[in-house]
Design a protein around this ligand. Structure first.
Ligand SMILES: *[C@@H]1O[C@H](CO)[C@@H](O)[C@H](O)[C@H]1NC(C)=O
Ligand SMILES: *[C@@H]1O[C@H](CO)[C@@H](O)[C@H](O)[C@H]1NC(C)=O
Ligand SMILES: *[C@@H]1O[C@H](CO)[C@@H](O)[C@H](O)[C@H]1NC(C)=O
Ligand SMILES: *[C@@H]1O[C@H](CO)[C@@H](O)[C@H](O)[C@H]1NC(C)=O
Length: 475
């Protein structure tokens, strides 16, 4: 059978970074383009079972129309945070469930007490006191859940952000999905990096050997969750191969961030620069954002910058480093002199100004767990990245040199990357920034993430097993 492909030239560039398999699917599914092309697609199935789709759902196109049915969704999340305090997991919860509530679904959030809950339509909170260890009190949240489930409409689907709902309770729930924001197997990479960077004066910890037991423990209890969402391609692979979960229960949905807030706006960047007194004469602005702690690689970049500033006064005088966020390393950075500004924590909207003001976003994180939202925010604003060579980052985000630079977590490698960025200069960086935004618009918007989750939830909420339309992907 021959199928007319209304294929679009603009997607080709983007697609070339994926395997030919994905390319085939993509070519098949991309619509709305001009050039006519005839390709025999005998080998491509007309329909695709979403539950066994091997790559990120973000690659697929979901229609933007009203949902075919409105779901009642239970969400279990440890904390419901405020924006500027939110870590990765909480940000994911906030972005995703605000979007789903806005689409008309009824969200019930089971979480521990929070100081300020915004009143958003369709979003209902069930609060409880956390346990001493900081987890949700499982007995209490379960009781709240059962009450809500038996009064009026019952829940269509249950979502747990990591172990928000523990495996002891998740066992018999076939309509449950858990999103993992860091699993023990990924943490082993972080542990190895920390051990390699350990000051010989500091005693070795037992974390390295303990972590392996933790992995085994996870492999044993993960099957008690019906469906698993991996937030990177790498984690999807680990869940299927090392955690041995069946393919049809592992789904890759990459994180997304709010594309209405994070977008190119030169005026916002200029405003930001004048507010913080950044000199226009500087030829290159490097930006970092997040918690200023050891885990995020601040000791490493501190040392790399210290050495470079000493080696090259030209570098020091032409470059400015902006650091948004707070934490123990904020004070240390003052030692690096006037080429580095610590800005403190920024509000959500200010953060968009920050990304617009910089030329390249630097994230030297040593944490292999999860997928850092800051990378996606910078990409949506149209900035190239410079980040640690961690599998989630190289596999899902900086997939080529077009998006940015990667380095091994050592002072030497980081210095080399910094010099390379400096040598490339603004012109090259702007070009990479455009590629970064193109990729981010395709994959990393909150809208795309919410659409993929909505489809997954519709699919697993459906009781009919024989002909479930939501688990099937059609052109
Ligand atoms: C909660 O936060 C919103 C927006 O951040 C603010 O307008 C509101 O006054 C706050 N409410 C309370 C009770 O602090
Ligand atoms: C929620 O309510 C529905 C309908 O009454 C019931 O079938 C389902 O088992 C309940 N869920 C749980 C976890 O109790
Ligand atoms: C799950 O179902 C089994 C068998 O029906 C039952 O023995 C077990 O107590 C249930 N577990 C939970 C957590 O409800
Ligand atoms: C700075 O570089 C010089 C050589 O160029 C070296 O002698 C000196 O020790 C360095 N200082 C620091 C603080 O690294």
């Amino acid at each position: 059978m021959a199928l007319s492909l209304r294929c679009c030239c603009c997607t080709i560039l983007f697609l070339s970074s994926f395997s030919s398999f994905i390319f085939l699917y993509w070519s098949y599914f991309s619509v709305g383009c001009r050039a006519g092309m005839q390709i025999a697609v005998d080998e491509v199935k007309q329909e695709l079972n979403l539950l066994t789709f091997p790559a990120a759902w973000n690659l697929l196109l979901f229609p933007n129309e009203e949902p075919p049915r409105f779901l009642k969704i239970a969400l279990f999340v440890k904390k419901w945070p405020q924006w500027h305090r939110a870590g990765g997991l909480e940000r994911h919860a906030l972005t995703l469930h605000h979007a789903l509530a806005k689409r008309g679904h009824e969200l019930h959030v089971f979480t521990s007490s929070s100081t300020n809950l915004s009143s958003i339509k369709n979003l209902y909170f069930h609060l409880s006191k956390p346990t001493a260890a900081g987890y949700l009190d499982q007995a209490i949240v379960w009781e709240q859940f059962i009450v809500e489930n038996s009064t009026g409409r019952h829940f269509d689907v249950i979502h747990s952000e990591s172990v928000g709902l523990m495996h002891t309770r998740s066992r018999n729930l076939t309509n449950l999905a858990v999103s993992w924001h860091g699993i023990a197997y990924e943490s082993i990479h972080s542990d190895i990096i920390q051990e390699l960077l350990r000051d010989p004066q500091v005693a070795q910890t037992s974390i390295l050997s303990e972590r392996v037991s933790k992995v085994v423990e996870e492999i044993k209890f993960f099957p008690r969750y019906a469906h698993h969402v991996a937030t990177s391609d790498h984690v999807g692979d680990i869940l299927k191969r090392i955690y041995m979960l069946p393919e049809e229960r592992v789904h890759i949905i990459l994180n997304g961030v709010d594309e209405e807030i994070f977008k190119p706006e030169a005026s916002k960047g200029e405003e930001f620069k004048s507010k913080f007194g950044i000199q226009e004469s500087k030829s290159l602005i490097l930006g970092m954002a997040g918690r200023l702690v050891k885990d995020k690689g601040h000791p490493l970049i501190f040392e790399a910058l210290r050495q470079i500033f000493n080696e090259s006064s030209t570098f020091r005088d032409s470059v400015i480093v902006l650091v948004a966020g707070d934490g123990p390393w904020g004070a240390r950075y003052k030692d690096l002199g006037s080429s580095l500004h610590v800005l403190g924590p920024l509000e959500h909207a200010e953060l968009a100004g920050f990304y617009n003001a910089i030329d390249v976003f630097v994230n030297p994180t040593l944490r292999a767990q999860g997928l850092d939202h800051t990378l996606l925010e910078a990409m949506l604003v149209g900035k190239p990245l410079m980040a640690t060579k961690l599998a989630s980052i190289t596999g899902s985000v900086i997939v080529s040199k077009d998006i940015g630079y990667t380095f091994s977590p050592s002072v030497e490698a980081l210095k080399k990357a910094l010099y390379e960025v400096w040598k490339d200069g603004r012109g090259v960086l702007e070009q990479k920034g455009r590629s970064a935004r193109k990729r981010a618009l395709q994959l990393f918007t909150a809208t795309k993430m919410a659409a993929a989750y909505e489809r997954l939830f519709l699919c697993i909420a459906e009781k009919r097993e024989d002909s479930n339309p939501y688990c099937t992907y059609k052109t």
